[in-house]
Design a protein around this ligand. Sequence first.
Ligand SMILES: [Zn+2]
Length: 78
Amino acid sequence: MLMTSLSKKITGYMCVFCGESIDSGGLDITSLVLITNWDGPEDRQQSQQFFAHFECLAKSFRPEVSRELDHLREEQND
Ligand SMILES: [Zn+2]
């Protein structure tokens, strides 16, 4: 279950990487959904949603992983 109800109550968004506020625009606001026990039974899984600047997220990933985000930038420019 995604915590969509949480996002509806939020009046501002803080980037989990840089701590700055996130303005809506471009690929932001970017949401991260954390799911624990991914390979376990669903009743043992928990989820939590976080927010970030897309580019802060991209910089935090290892370069070879960050390249996998390139298609998201390209699709936005279409
Ligand atoms: Zn940031």
